[in-house]
Structure formats: C-alpha cells, structure tokens
Design a protein around this ligand. Sequence first.
Ligand SMILES: *Cc1c(COP(=O)(O)O)cnc(C)c1O
Length: 436
Amino acid sequence: MAEKIKYILDVEEVPKSWYNILPDLPGKLAPPLHPGTKEPITPDMLAPLFPMELIKQEMSQEGMIAIPEEVREHLIRIARPTPLYRASRLEKYLKTPAKIFYKREDVSFVGSHKANTAIAQAYYNKKEGIEKLSTETGAGQWGSALALACSMFDLKCEVFMVRASYDQKPHRKTIMKLYGAEVHASPSSVTEAGKKILSEDPKCTGSLGIAISEAIEVAAKDEKTHYSLGSVLNHVMLHQTVIGQEVLKQFEMADVKPDMMIGCVGGGSNFAGFTFPAIGQKLKGKLECEFIAVEPTAAPSITGVESGKSKFEYDFGDTAGMTPLLKMYTLGHKFIPSPIHAGGLRYHGMAPTVSHLANEGVVKAEAYEQLETFESAAIFTRTEGIIPAPESAHAIHSAIVHAKRAKEKNEEKVIVFNLSGHGLLDLGGYESVLKL
Ligand SMILES: *Cc1c(COP(=O)(O)O)cnc(C)c1O
C-alpha cells in the first residue's frame, strides 16, 4: 500500500493554549534593558507601545497560556489546523532513505505563518481600546498579516514597508491596501526617523531596522495608536507555538519521532513556533531531536559569530536605537543587508529566546547562499508541486542537504521542516535568480 502523504487534524484539535518556553529554558534569559539607564525594563515602560496583556505574556513564567476563544475562532477561519505533508516525491527524487515531512503554513489567507500572531495582537489591542496599529514590513508578509488581522477587528493599520521590497514586490502593497491599510515606502518622509535617513542618503533602499524606527515613532506620538512587531519578541514566539503543538500531534498520527526539525530564521518566529513545543519535550528528556535554524549568508546573525560578523550581545531592535536593548545574536543595529529576495530574513538580530537556545547549544545554525536555496526551491516545486517563499527555501535547502547526507550514510532519518510560506508573490525573485 502506498504511504500516507497528508496528516490532517480536526478543527477541535487546534490548540487551546500557547506553549510558553520561558519557564523551561536552561539557564537564565537575559532581560531586556532600558536604552538610557541600562536597567531591566518594567512593564509600564512598554505600555505606550503594547497592550498590557501582551506585556504580561512577554514576561510570563506560566507554562501554558489560554488562547482567547475569539482568537482561536479567527485562527480556524484563516486555515488552522494546517496539514503536515510527507514529501514522498522529493524523497524519491533524492533517492534518500530519509523520511521528509513539512508543515504547511503557506495555506493561511496571507500565505505565511505570520497571521498566527497578527490575530492575537490585534485582538488584545482592540480589547484595550486602541484604534490603530503601526508596524514595519520587509517583504510584505507581516504587513499583509497585520492588515488582515486589523480588518477582522476593525482597527486602522499603518505600515512602513522597506523600500527595496516596496519596489520589488508591488503586489504586497496592493494586498495591504485591499485589507484597508495605509502603506509607506521606508525610509519615508512622514516620520523624523525617515526624514533623517533620507537627508543623509536620498536613495536609501531601507532596512527592517529603519522601518521599525518609523513605526515606533508613529505609535509613540499617538495615544490611540500602538505598535505591533511580527517577530523577535517573546509574545510573538508564544503565539506561533500553535504550529509546533499541531506538529507534535501529527507526529503521533504519522507514528514517527523527528530526528531533525528545520526552520528558516529571520527574527526567529516561524522557527520558534514550529520547534519550541518539541524543544520543551527535549529539555524534559522526552525527545531526542536536533533543531536547525537556517539563515541566509547575507544576514548571518547566528552563524556570523565565527567570522566576527556578528556577536551575542545587547543591541537595539531598530536602527535609530529607540527600542529596549535585547540580548541576542546581532549583526549590529546599523547593518543594512544586501537586497536578497528572502526579504523576511534580512533582519540584523535574532529573537532573544532563539539566541539563548543557540548559545546553550540546543539550537544549531546553518547559513546558505541565495542561489542554492532557489535551486532547491525549484526542485521542491517540481516534486511536491508547491512554489515556496524564498525564506522557506532556506529550510528546504537544509532538509535536502541533510537528506543527501542520510543517503550517503544510509540512515533512515526523519527530517521535518516548516514551510513558512508560499512564493506566489515572489516570482520576480525566481525570475532574476534562476534566469527564467
Ligand atoms: C517573515 C517570514 C519569515 C521570517 O520571519 P521569522 O520571524 O524568522 O519567522 C520566514 N518565512 C516567511 C514566509 C515569512 O513571511
């Protein structure tokens, strides 16, 4: 009989709580520091930007945090639970004894995992009487996700989109506008931070760090506007753990134990959401598995440590130096990466939780060049039939590398990666890199 290729959960099996890794972390997570005093920040310092419920989650030591029913309902509406697929055609193509699986976060309405946290964030802001959310976006996936979430909760949405992507991916801007958001190319002339950069470099193609500075400035100036971040922070990692909890149930359905879980990392959220529930099990001695975070060589936050390009130290989350200082792997907050097509991976830092786990050796990191990731994406398209996001292509490439190694060693490894999004709006990138 042919092997099963799809593992689909019932709607009732969408998690009812988020998994909080903070109490399970080995060692102590370094606290965020106030940029001026260098003292640990207190909840009231974050209150101008975030609703209190999210600030509590940011620092919570509770192991499981209940998902509000309304949030869960919207998660179900936009595609949860998502399927786990067996990459049987890719396995055959590679002639590998490894079993390869992938979790499909590409099926959400906005084509990536990002709506998982956007919905939760919009919900808590709405509940506190906020009227508008401001944010930054790189490739446009986060902006689209937040614009969708704001439309669901009748909030206004203002998005600062990195100039390089704004020009490369005009359709993302259209999506955000269709959901009702206001979109600026960043650096823009609507904020002081943007104007300052433009006065120094009128042709600046932008960076996530700059766009964050602009979005924070807009929120700081208006009581009824809050800021929303699509990655990096603890509460974002938390919201994404619906992915990994579903995956653990799907492993049971498939009757497998993973040997290797792989995700691409920009700020770290899809990787965290996918792996943290399993990492929790590993930390409790219930699972033997490797966890691999994959970066582009153009923005090697974790892997750059060896060559001195990056450091594990306190740094700002944005370019202007307005955010709290976070202890993380960082390329430096002034870092402007080359405009690779995996826009979501062009961030200078890495989530403090993911950084901490990498520093403790629980998470391993790898980095790959743009061309090889696109070539692997094309193999995936031709075997599995899905056009992946250039970000997800990094996870796919790593899975292929490890499946080939398994073939050399004749090992029946179980390799699972997170397909964080689809690439149907990244065709320009495919055309230019693969010369199509
Ligand atoms: C944003 C994005 C990423 C990178 O962000 P993380 O916070 O590291 O997950 C990866 N894949 C896709 C499809 C994205 O949209």
